[in-house]
Design a protein around this ligand. Structure first.
Ligand code: ATP
Length: 254
């Protein structure tokens, strides 16, 4: 396999050497009643890399993130963070161990301002320094400009930046992102993915990115994993998957 981009990242964010498995998913199986959504999924998300999980509607991508972060209890399998088994940890414990999950849907409190949304989102952490809020505003200047505006006035892209910024206040080692591109114009998706890439390359953040928009996801990711009907079909370097026309047509819709 060829060297992924971002390979020179200093792992300030993850505390784990770039390229080693920060998050390990082993044989994860989850169901909603009789509906099996994940069927023995095994994958790694490496430190200081963007790992994209791709697949059609219903492939199990959202369930994967929800099971990793403890919102869905698995029927079988394990989740390890830096070698520690966190499979049945409480959600708060996962956050304190360095995992932040940004669910699909950009949940913000519509009546509160951008600034208030950031503060509410970081309440569980106790005191958060001004420099930490400033850092989020530095990363997302568009959000800084709108810090006193009610969240319901934000565009979809701005909301996405706000929820990612709020997750960063938890100082995660790994960010789990569910469909951040949903409903956004390609230009805005490229902007948000570019910012993510910078966080990974400059600060050593690790990202597990779930996306139906495979083309955009593969253009920013280091590694791609294709899910179909709850199973991993293939794992490879993003550029290799991008070049595989048969796979793209069969599973990725482009
Ligand atoms: P999407 O992009 O549409 O969210 P996905 O790849 O994220 O798709 P999941 O949402 O994880 O897929 O769904 C995987 C399977 O589990 C599908 O068959 C889906 O219908 C089913 N499923 C998801 N959520 C529930 C639920 N709350 N109750 C019952 N079945 C569910």
């Amino acid at each position: 396999m060829s060297e992924p981009h971002g390979s020179t990242a200093v792992s300030a964010g993850s505390g784990t050497a770039p390229g080693t498995a920060l998050l390990q998913v082993q044989g994860l199986t989850s169901a909603y009643g009789p509906v099996r959504a994940l069927d023995g999924v095994t994958l790694d998300a490496e430190a200081g890399r963007i790992t994209a999980v791709l697949g059609a509607n219903g492939a199990g991508k959202t369930t994967l993130l929800r099971t990793i972060s403890g919102l869905v209890r698995p029927q079988a399998g394990k989740v390890l963070l830096d070698g520690e088994d966190i499979t049945r940890s409480a959600v708060e414990a996962m956050v304190s161990k360095g995992m932040a999950h940004v669910p699909e849907g950009r949940g913000v409190i519509a009546e509160l301002t951008v600034d208030e949304n950031l503060r509410v989102g970081s309440l569980f952490r106790g005191k958060v320094g001004k420099d930490e809020y400033d850092r989020v505003y530095d990363i997302f200047p568009r959000i800084a400009e709108r810090r006193n505006n009610a969240a319901h006035t934000l565009s979809g892209g701005e909301r996405q930046m706000l929820v990612i910024g709020r997750a960063l206040l938890a100082q995660p080692r790994i960010l789990l992102l569910d469909e951040p591109s949903l409903g956004l114009a390609p230009r805005i998706v490229a902007q948000i993915f570019g910012l993510l890439r910078q966080l990974v390359d400059r600060e050593g953040l690790s990202v597990l990115l779930v996306e139906q928009n495979a083309r955009s996801a593969l253009s920013v990711a280091d590694v791609g994993i294709v899910l179909n009907l709850g199973k991993v079909v293939v794992t490879d370097q993003a550029r290799t998957l991008m070049a595989d026309e048969g796979l793209r047509h069969a599973y990725l819709g482009f």
